[in-house]
Design a protein around this ligand. Structure first.
Ligand code: HEC
Length: 251
């Protein structure tokens, strides 16, 4: 038995290492942060909806949940749709998409549940220059993705930094070590850091919005949960008082 435990313990690090791909960065988003969700919705409709739909969401529901006035929603977040009650679908046809990208951009309604928020966050932070690709970029998290770096204006481009490692047979390999922002001439390190921090916040808001879209009922469920807990707390006071009353005669 001891031996078995010991071998399990020894195996553990190899298992961890085997399952360890590229570490994801934490999105740390908060679906109760309305300002972040509003910004996320604006970013999504401006930068993503050219290619990706949210076929189960309606503009009106999003406006209501995120407390965006309908006229602002219409003016700033709706480009192809006329009516606020419409579903957030897009005009791009599958056949055209296939000929442009080789893959149709998927609907992103449940992407936060399918991939997880950390994955989307890391994906949007990990585009890097790769001249061999038709889009001019590759991605550390989603290798050889057909998606272009659509947020390049906000982040800029990143260079891959490779490191040479020697394997057990003595062969040398280039392994991607990290990504480094390519800064325009004259940009100081501090300005560059600020730009990357701003970009991280932008991506967090986008991921936050996709998290909300994946489960819009989360709001209602949590609010209901709070009421239920308050009710139970209230009931406890009465139950306790009642118990005291009953036991008074017994003691
Ligand atoms: C110019 C078109 C285009 C735009 C704009 C675009 N995407 Fe994409 N996106 C694609 C394509 C094409 C794919 C499929 C990539 C693949 O399978 O290789 C994709 C895939 C994705 C995926 C991965 C889906 C999966 O298969 O798991 C995510 C997440 C994503 N996009 C998010 C976004 C977000 C967020 C935005 C807005 C900031 C955005 N995309 C804007 C074209 C686009």
């Amino acid at each position: 038995m001891k031996k078995l435990l010991l071998s399990c313990l020894l195996l553990l690090p190899t298992l961890v290492l085997a399952s360890e791909g590229i570490a994801l960065q934490h999105a740390n988003n908060d679906v109760y942060d309305k300002a972040s969700l509003q910004n996320g919705a604006k970013l999504f409709t401006n930068y993503c909806m050219g290619c990706h739909s949210l076929q189960y969401s309606r503009f009106q529901r999003v406006a209501k949940d995120l407390e965006i006035p309908e006229d602002i929603m219409k003016a700033n977040l709706m480009f192809t749709s006329e009516k606020i009650g419409e579903l957030m679908t897009i005009g791009m046809r599958k056949k055209e998409a296939l000929s442009w990208f080789g893959v149709a951009p998927p609907d992103l309604s449940v992407i936060a549940r399918a991939r997880g928020t950390d994955w989307i966050y890391s994906f949007l932070l990990s585009f890097y220059v790769d001249e061999s690709k038709p889009t001019g970029v590759n991605n550390l998290i989603f290798k050889d993705t057909a998606m272009p770096h659509v947020l390049w204006e906000l982040q800029g481009y990143q260079m891959p930094i490779y490191e040479e490692v020697t394997d057990e047979e003595g062969k040398k390999h280039q392994v991607l070590e990290s990504l480094e922002p390519i800064n325009p001439a004259g940009m100081t390190d501090e300005e560059s850091k600020r730009k990357q921090d701003d970009y991280r916040r932008t991506v967090r808001d986008l991921v936050n919005f996709l998290d909300y879209v994946g489960e819009p009922a989360k709001f209602q469920r949590h609010y209901l949960g709070i009421w239920v807990l308050l009710f139970l707390a209230f009931l406890f006071v009465f139950a306790y008082a009642l118990k005291k009353e009953f036991w008074r005669d017994v003691h």
